[in-house]
Design a protein around this ligand. Structure first.
Ligand SMILES: NC(=O)c1ccc[n+]([C@@H]2O[C@H](COP(=O)([O-])OP(=O)(O)OC[C@H]3O[C@@H](n4cnc5c(N)ncnc54)[C@H](O)[C@@H]3O)[C@@H](O)[C@H]2O)c1
Length: 316
């Protein structure tokens, strides 16, 4: 692999990807630090094989600073919040569709032809009736975030055909692990830290979703980049394991020593507008590339809780 660019490389998943890629090649990161943090990549700043460009994927000048000699791009930068996309669809569109399109155009003009995109298996299929859901399933998002991810995938398909690009859309499950400050486990930790006697769970607790530990997702990204061919290939990237939200609540309470916390469900079917309550991603295609999971989800949650306690303190 030649020099690579990771957009959003100071974020949760992007920074773990940088940790893996830097072992094999030169890495540039382009990040505007809107939700990412310099601390996530601070340990690479003195490495001559690493370059950090603070800037936006929407700025031609910033992208030009980041792409000299780059031959492939991992596009992780995004507005990552489903709920934000529901309350402010236009800003989400500007960031996740227009921003990504600008980046894609700058890449085309610079003859950078390989792109691995962080799409979302948890949202592009919507309430799929096919379970586990394979990649051929019709895209039917029920959130604006999922619509934006789907739209950009369509452009990767047309760019691959028109301009000979090689593109992979990683339809990621719910990714957990250190450096994440979003998602259900983080939400439960925060609530228990505020009040270790009770835990409010959004929805009826029956929501059951596909999860994956972050380093397993990163291994999949690197593997898929190595196998990329001309065309657009969507690939579900998840562990194949699912967990019910009520079970996650129990694991988190146990793991944080809040065994007596009262678990209270708000009761609705969806946790929030746009929430896909059942996700089950078929990972046969990913496995056919030789990928296997190395960390079970329950173990992954335990590792993540260790990091949360170390970083933000115990739940008393
Ligand atoms: N975390 C998950 O469970 C999950 C699931 C499915 C898909 N994804 C996708 O994976 C990618 C990474 O998600 P994450 O959880 O690490 O989120 P994150 O918020 O930690 O990372 C996103 C990064 O993009 C940067 N960014 C945002 N807009 C930018 C712009 N215009 N220019 C440059 N940088 C910009 C942010 O500063 C941040 O560092 C996103 O595309 C997200 O939509 C994440």
């Amino acid at each position: 692999m030649g020099r690579v660019l990771v957009t959003g490389g100071a974020g949760f998943i992007g920074s773990h990807l940088v940790d893996a890629l830097i072992k094999q090649t030169e890495v540039a990161v382009l990040d505007n630090l809107s939700t990412g943090h310099k601390e996530n990549i601070a340990h690479h700043m003195d490495n001559p094989s690493f370059e950090f460009v603070e800037g936006s994927i929407s700025s031609e000048r910033d992208v030009e600073r980041a792409i000299p000699d780059v031959d492939s791009v991992f596009h992780m930068a995004a507005q990552p919040d489903v709920r934000f996309s529901v309350s402010d669809p236009l800003t989400d569109f500007e960031m996740n569709v227009v921003g990504s399109m600008r980046l894609l155009e700058y890449l085309r003009k610079a003859d950078v032809t390989k792109i691995v995109f962080a799409s979302s298996g948890g949202t592009v299929y919507g309430d799929s009736e096919v379970s586990p859901t394979p990649e051929e399933t019709r895209l039917s998002p029920i959130s604006n975030y999922g619509a934006a991810k789907s739209a950009f995938e369509m452009y990767l398909s047309s760019y691959a055909e028109l301009y000979g690009m090689s593109a992979v859309s990683m339809r990621l499950g719910n990714i957990i692990g250190p450096r994440s400050t979003a998602g259900v486990v983080y939400d439960f930790y925060q609530k228990l830290k505020r009040d270790p006697t009770r835990l409010e769970v959004l929805g009826n607790g029956e929501q059951t979703k596909a999860y994956m530990y972050v380093t397993d997702a990163v291994r999949a990204a690197v593997l898929l980049a190595d196998r990329m061919e001309i065309g657009h290939l969507p690939v579900n990237v998840s562990s194949g394991e699912r967990l019910r939200v009520s079970r996650i609540a129990e694991i988190v309470c146990d793991g944080l020593g809040a065994r007596n916390a009262r678990i209270e469900f708000t009761g609705s079917e969806r946790g929030w507008k746009g929430d896909v309550v059942e996700t089950d991603l078929d990972v046969t295609l990913l496995r056919s590339f030789g990928w296997t999971p190395s960390i079970s989800i329950e173990h992954g949650i335990a590792l993540y809780l260790d990091w949360l306690v170390e970083s933000f303190g115990p739940v008393d």
